[in-house]
Design a protein around this ligand. Sequence first.
Ligand code: FES
Length: 131
Amino acid sequence: MDARADQETTDLGPLEDFPENAFRLVQVGKREIGIYRSSNGEVFAIANFCPHRGAPLCEGAVGGTLVPSAPGELVFGMDGDVVRCPWHGYEFSLQTGECLFIGQRMRARTYPVSIEDGRVRLGDANSGETS
Ligand code: FES
């Protein structure tokens, strides 16, 4: 995808070009970013790069995970907010990029994304970019 950037955001195109419940990869500068549009209308943007060993993170499944609960209980939550790395199964929040595996402090890069006038706009895509 050839995204066009202005001063503050990058226009990624019309929302209807982004299928529900799937990643669509966009290239913005040197960054490959997965845009995920959930069926409940949320849109996430996360780098297609796992901070563990560099897997293409956006090839992973999106779903939920087990969330903290009382002893002896298994509670499933965060449904639709978690991507699971295809290589080693670490889970990352689509909202924050935080690794949800206990004891891991790594974080996948996430980006602000919004829908304006029916178009998907990515914010801050080039911050920290080096040439
Ligand atoms: S490369 Fe993603 S969990 Fe290992």
